[in-house]
Design a protein around this ligand. Structure first.
Ligand SMILES: [Fe+2]
Length: 333
């Protein structure tokens, strides 16, 4: 019997995505707090049970640590094939619904965040990050994600939606630069997957509710750029220095009022400026008031807003690239 404090939470959606053919002892936590009760045994057919708790509004269920470790390792081994299965084959002209693949990537992202929060950066986090960012980049190249957002948003977490959309816009922006090759796009997408690896939905609420007031941010949110960069730098053989710099600087602003380091525009790298503008753009387009029918007007307004806000140091070229792209290829927005 596991110690009460050692049960590991896992999102029901993540189990539904990956647990076909697998079966574990499943636990729920009583609303009164501490106590966990077993609701299904290893060997049971569990899809109906998971659906029942999902329909009741539960988002998480619990595994004992031993089963959680087995699940993490099994998904790691299956992840690449599952992502590839959902993407169109090379040369295929068939129109393929990309939403299920985005759902797979989002569930893998949830699991990677749990592993990171349990163990820090280890070989599993590296493997997951590699497969998620590679699958994300392939998905970005396959589809116009800005225009199809409402078709896939139900399949993924808000955090992963922000990551893939930011990756999409960042790749679009670097396509305007002579140096914006495939390797640069990989580094940007890896940063999009890793910037907020430690943050929970409640941290995103804190970020949103704080407005731009740094005083209202929790300590965890305030320091997450430097803390995550520090953790990733421990595996600098795998994570590119450009990616780590983006993670470290991704909440800085050209006027020096970002966080946590308040650095000025001149100290922000060109590639980070691409990422910051892409992230701002996505957050402004898809805020709570987003409506599909006014998409084009919204994009047009945000392109102007971006140019007004970001026009210092390395941001100027990126804002110009955004305006030019929107003028020349509006269909990509
Ligand atoms: Fe962040």
């Amino acid at each position: 019997m596991s110690d009460q404090s050692s049960y590991r939470p896992i999102k029901i959606k993540v189990l539904q995505t990956f647990a076909q053919g697998l079966s574990y002892d499943l636990f729920v936590q009583l609303s009164s707090g501490e106590k966990f009760i077993k609701v299904s045994h290893k060997g049971d057919e569990q899809s109906a049970i998971l659906k029942k708790y999902e329909d009741r509004g539960l988002t998480e269920i619990f595994l004992i640590p031993e089963d959680w470790e087995v699940f993490v390792a099994t998904v790691r081994d299956r992840l690449k094939a599952k992502i590839e299965d959902g993407l169109p084959q090379a040369g295929s002209t068939q129109v393929q619904d990309i939403a299920p693949t985005i759902g797979t990537l989002s569930s893998a992202n949830d699991l990677m965040k749990s592993i990171f929060n349990t163990r820090g950066v280890d070989q599993d986090v590296i493997e997951y990050a590699k497969e998620i960012s590679s699958g994300t980049l392939k998905t970005i190249k396959h589809s116009n994600l800005l225009r199809t957002f409402t078709k896939f948003k139900a399949q993924c977490s808000a955090e992963y939606a922000l990551a893939i959309l930011t990756g999409y816009v960042a790749c679009l922006l670097v396509s305007k630069f002579s140096w914006g090759n495939e390797s640069i796009q990989e580094k940007l997408v890896m940063a999009a997957v890793l910037c907020d690896i430690d943050l929970a939905p409640s941290d995103f609420i804190n970020m949103k509710e704080s407005g731009c007031d740094r005083e209202k941010l929790s300590k965890k949110v305030f320091f997450h750029p430097s803390e995550n960069a520090r953790m990733l730098a421990l595996e600098s053989r795998f994570f590119a220095s450009e990616t780590i710099t983006i993670v470290e600087q991704h909440h800085e602003l050209p006027d020096g009022k970002g966080y946590p380091k308040n650095i000025s525009a001149q100290k922000i790298t060109q590639l980070t400026a691409v990422y910051i503008i892409a992230s701002y753009f996505v957050n402004k387009i898809f805020d709570d008031s987003y409506q599909e029918q006014s998409h084009q007007d919204r994009v047009s307004n945000v392109v102007s807003m971006t140019k007004n806000k970001f026009y210092q140091g390395p941001f100027r070229k990126v804002s110009d690239a955004l305006s030019e792209l929107y003028l020349e290829e509006p269909e990509r927005f």
